[in-house]
Design a protein around this ligand. Sequence first.
Ligand code: ZN
Length: 356
Amino acid sequence: MKQRPAMGSCYLRSQEGSRRPDARYTHQHQREGTLLKPSKIPDWLKPRIVPLWNRSYHATVAAQVYLDALVRGRVEHCSVCGRVAPILLRRDVIPPRLVEMWGLPPDLVDLVAQRESCECARCGAKLRARQLARALLQTFPSGFSGDQHRGSIRDWVAQEDIRTLRIAEINRIDGLHTMLFEHPRLVYSEFLEGVEPGHARNGTRCENLMNLTYNDASFDLVLTSETLEHLPDLSVGLSEIHRVLVPGGYHLFTVPLRPDVHSTYPRARLGEDGVMIPLVQPVIRHPGGDIGYPVFTEFGADLPDLLRAAGFEVTLFEANPNMKTFGQVFVTRKRELPEESPPGPIPGTPPTEGVA
Ligand SMILES: [Zn+2]
């Protein structure tokens, strides 16, 4: 999931230049009587007081989260920046609307919140990024950085043998991108509306994972995180990744995979006119539930089988066994031997109900 706004937070929208009172409060603050009624604030004062209010609110929350990490002993080595830091858990990071639309039970909400927060206080890498980093260090060990408990991506990208790798980061991986960007052979791309794939806007290359412009066997390593679920056709995307990898090359990725979904199924597909056709209701978008990128594929426990059928060897990296399936990083490797038959389309039909 991409970076999301902190929904449910008690912040005021300043609406500078607007005379329309616009404020957002939580019920908690209403109960506690800390309500700052916008109607009671003179219009001329709002542009000054609202930013102050918001800053103090966010500072208070940040201090609470930081103290909570220290009190509970959540201090650990970060596999991205290599420093020992408090791990900041924000339980409200998952928008309630997404929880409602996706039908997540409370225990899964907690797991997703851990995965999408638990940020390193030093570099900001969330747990998902740090797990991907650990999987990367284990898959491509180099010197002491091969020890996933001591190494870091900061050190990893400086190793001579690692700097020869050809790496594609397809869509920015928040928390990991800044360190990866130090790698001299990293090719980073985003899907940019209105930009021809292979071209750039403001220095950022556009690529469509359904039709990459890279040559065959261009990369030793492809990295994606929370991207595959947004592809209109999963089999085409996997086939493209398979094509651009060298034999023996790796694709490391994460996807949201609910442990209570047994079989992967499409939630939607694209019509010939390019318009999304929902196959399962509701249409879910990330990060907000009904705001963001539409989810085309709901992943299930059979995903490793689908990856093998697409021509990959599959290893699951589970940095934290308590995280169940939400903690997984998929480490897949393009088979070295020529395929006896090319990877075919991935079977899958939507179930009659939303969740298998
Ligand atoms: Zn860090």
